[in-house]
Design a protein around this ligand. Structure first.
Ligand code: PLP
Length: 395
């Protein structure tokens, strides 16, 4: 039997990717499942994108290999967005790269910047592709816990000098999945300064930049002076436009970094289908019409979720951004046990904190991916499971 590598073995288990299997098993048993697990909303993409995909799929040239260049208008639409939204200009060719979802770009970047044993700073909890990138590159991930008492902001002062000296890459994501934390510009300035001081490349994951509420407007890392010298920023159409399965994203950064990422991709993939990129242009160009309506739906779901999960006995802060609510369990209830019982006894799928990192014990995440009534019903079912667990005698 051929053996797998140690780096493969070091990957561990991704909860989010195993949840669909468990959901399938429950549904086969006839359970009425409320799925608040993966961040994959039940909402429609912009109709303009769907129409353009239909049309583009019939154009043979858009079905050929895109290679690294892909569909140039997609690059141009991405830089139009970056300039209009953040006031930051990028060259569509040398400072922009289309991605097959940001997940691949985030992990492939590590292959170019980490040698065996190099330290990579990873927030904990953190998205699975940071860990994938770190481990598959045989880097040495240094996990920095996102602590509630620090507003879930990764504190660079927690990185020991010995780790800082051998760090080459840092992943950072605000608005944050799963905590829904947001990062003030002054905080991002401190991180950029730290990266400069230690010559560390910052992979800034801005997947939720357009999913914010109550007047909050998330920044780009490039709004921090000096960020271009040390950062690459990732954007995706997955969340903003409900286009998760379309696999379309891009990264911006200085030509030196984008060229490196492009080269790794040259050896790994052929780029996203150009017809999909053409549809991505339609989505980006529909943003002024589409995003406010989409946000109104998420806001309604968020408000319903906060009220219902609080009423069911959980500790809930009001998220200012993202499609997640990061919820604390009362009474020292274990999040893995709670999650498993909630799924098996009540058919509600959530993600346990410890599934995202050991320091997240006592928390779980719900995603606002289904109708408000179902999120409320999920809370009611969860409240019953919680009550049973709180009433059980301590072992
Ligand atoms: C923080 C974060 N980054 C990146 C992604 C991946 O997005 P994409 O669909 O573009 O690969 C997700 C998806 O859940 C995410 O939560």
């Amino acid at each position: 039997m051929p053996l797998v590598t140690d780096r493969y073995r070091s990957l561990g288990v991704s909860w989010i990717d195993t949840m669909p299997l468990r959901k399938g098993e429950l549904m086969e048993r006839g359970v009425d499942v409320i799925d608040l697990g993966a961040g994959d909303a039940d909402l429609d993409p912009p109709p303009q994108a769907v129409a353009r995909l239909r049309e583009a799929a019939g154009i043979p040239a858009l079905g050929r290999y895109g290679f690294g260049m892909g569909h140039r208008p997609f690059r141009e639409a991405a830089v139009r967005f970056m300039e209009e939204r953040f006031g930051e200009r990028f060259d569509p060719i040398t400072e922009t790269i289309p991605l097959i979802g940001s997940k691949e770009g985030l992990s492939l970047l590590a292959l170019a910047y980490l040698s065996k044993g190099d330290a990579v700073i990873v927030p904990e909890p953190g998205f699975v592709s940071y860990i994938g990138g770190a481990r598959l590159s045989e880097g040495d991930p240094f996990f920095v816990p996102l602590r509630p008492e620090k507003d879930f902001l990764l504190d660079v002062d927690e990185i020991p000098p010995e780790v800082a000296d051998r760090a080459r890459l840092m992943y950072l994501n605000y608005p944050n999945n799963p905590t829904a934390a947001t990062a003030p510009l002054e905080y991002l300035e401190r991180v950029v300064a730290w990266c400069h001081d230690h010559d560390v490349l910052l992979a800034y994951d801005n997947a939720y930049s357009e999913l914010a509420f109550d007047g909050y407007v998330p920044p780009s890392i490039f709004q921090v002076a000096g960020a271009r010298e040390i950062a690459v920023e990732f954007h995706t159409l997955s969340k903003t436009y409900n286009m998760t399965g379309w696999r379309l994203a891009w990264a911006n950064g200085a030509p030196e970094f984008i060229e490196v990422l492009a080269k790794v991709k040259t050896f790994v993939d052929m780029g996203q289908m150009m017809a999909v990129q053409a549809a991505g242009v339609a989505a980006l160009d529909a943003r002024h019409d589409f995003i406010p309506k989409n946000l109104a739906v998420f806001r309604e779901r968020r408000d319903a979720a906060v009220e219902a999960w609080r009423a069911a006995g959980f500790h809930v802060d009001v998220p200012k951004a993202t499609m997640y609510v990061w919820i604390r369990l009362p009474g020292g209830v274990d999040d893995i046990e709670f999650t498993m019982r909630l799924m098996n006894e009540a058919g509600v799928i959530v993600i346990p904190g410890q599934g995202l990192g050991p320091s997240c014990a006592g928390y779980f995440r719900i995603a606002l991916t289904t109708r408000a009534e179902r999120i409320v019903e999920g809370a009611e079912r969860a409240g019953q499971v919680l009550a049973k667990m709180l009433a059980a005698p301590v072992a």
